[in-house]
Design a protein around this ligand. Structure first.
Ligand code: CA
Length: 397
């Protein structure tokens, strides 16, 4: 069965979003009339209205790894050394104050928002040594690239035992919306996102196509037998949920065991979604955003058969990187969420009460495009800042 979106006909350029390159992402200030920023309709949904962010100067940062270009993701090895992905394809192992280039990484399609993306360790890394990467890959037929997942092992300064676990298709030369973040749940399933590649009217609502999806695989890349679309005609059986736009944040919520994503909206309407098996998250049939030109995409915010976000941003912050803080080092952050803002160049603290965001606070304002945020094994909070490197959060008191 094909679930193809009908009737959303006009294709607008989606190139100039907050996630796009540095020259365009701040160009999308609202130059159009204000009537287009009408309040969303409240008739069908219990989604809370956006709230304003407060500012806090309680925190600063100190650089830990300097001289990076676009550090897209990073993770910590058991010896507390750091593995960092640069969008251009470089993999850097930072240990005892020294950066070493890791050889043998995936060949990446470094274009627009694509390149080497996330890096995550297997939950049982200590025993199996598997490291997972997401990246834009040229593999397969056709010009351009699409999102791929590889796992490999680190031996000295060399990646070995490389296995490509997934490659989305078709390739396209469009530069936007690759996703991609990776997370494991408590049962050891591997989740990752692939954005809709600038084809919003083609990909996100069609489960026979890649892109605009969250995927679920076994750790070896095989498809779990209880994935939601197994056996549906022509379905991409690795799909776990659909109707996504461009998720660049993904966490395991340690309290609930759920996978949570945030995703870039268009102009307005970045969302936090609780991933559910087989759910349709609505893009572009329902959205709290509008076209970059200020024209509406739809006036529908919610439908009964589509999953609402638990929270949305208006205006968009262009979110990238996502962390749930469990550390005792920062009691004010514990049990809450951290999200990087590319567009406004700060770290956002979201106070969390169950599935409700109760407060937004801007930390580290004007630091630079905040690409990723992770809690380290030492309980510290680390951020990846474009044009700078990896920094550690410090308390001003
Ligand atoms: Ca949605």
């Amino acid at each position: 069965m094909k679930r193809i979106l009908l009737g959303i006909g006009v294709a607008f350029s989606l190139y100039a979003c907050g996630e796009s390159d540095k020259t365009t992402d701040t160009a999308e200030v609202d130059q159009t009339n204000q009537e287009n920023t009408e309040e969303p309709t409240e008739t069908q949904t219990e989604v809370p209205d956006p709230i304003d962010a407060e500012s806090s100067d309680k925190y600063s940062y100190e650089m830990v790894v300097e001289g990076l270009k676009i550090p897209w993701g990073f993770t910590f090895l058991p010896d507390n050394s750091m593995l960092i992905t640069e969008k251009n394809g470089d993999i850097i192992h930072f240990k005892n104050g020294t950066k070493t280039q890791v050889k043998g990484g995936p060949e990446v399609y470094d274009r627009g928002q694509g390149g080497l993306l996330d890096v995550v360790l297997h939950p049982d890394y200590n025993n199996n040594g598997w490291i997972y990467f997401s990246y834009a890959s040229k593999e397969g037929e056709g010009d351009g690239g699409n999102t791929a997942i590889m796992r490999a092992k680190l031996n000295g300064d060399q990646l070995t035992s490389k296995e490509v676990l997934y490659k989305a298709s078709p390739n396209t030369t469009k530069g936007q919306h690759f996703g991609s973040r990776i997370a494991f749940d408590k049962e050891g399933y591997l989740y990752f996102s692939a954005g809709e590649r600038g084809e919003r009217d083609v990909n996100p609502q069609d489960i026979t196509r890649d892109n605009g999806k969250v995927y679920r695989l076994n750790d070896d890349g095989t498809v779990p037998s209880d994935n939601p679309f197994i056996g549906e005609e022509n379905a991409v059986e690795a799909i776990y949920s659909y109707g996504h736009r461009n998720p660049q944040g993904m966490i395991l919520n340690p309290e609930t065991g759920e996978i949570w994503v945030h995703e870039h909206g268009p102009k307005g309407g970045d969302e936090i979604n609780v991933v559910k098996k087989g759910a349709n998250f609505g893009w572009p049939v329902v959205t709290y955003g509008e076209n970059y030109s200020g024209t509406p995409i739809t006036d529908e915010r919610s439908r009964p058969n589509m999953a609402d976000p638990i929270f949305y941003w208006l205006p968009s912050i262009a979110p990238s990187g996502f962390a749930y803080v469990t550390s005792d080092k920062f009691p004010e952050l514990k049990g809450n969420l951290l999200v990087g803002s590319l567009k406004f160049q700060y770290l956002e603290l979201l106070n969390l009460d169950g599935k409700k965001i109760t407060k937004r606070t801007k930390l580290l304002e004007d630091s630079g495009r905040m690409r990723d945020v992770r809690q380290g094994p030492d309980g510290n909070i680390y951020v990846a800042i474009e044009g700078k490197g990896i920094a550690k959060l410090t308390n001003n008191q």
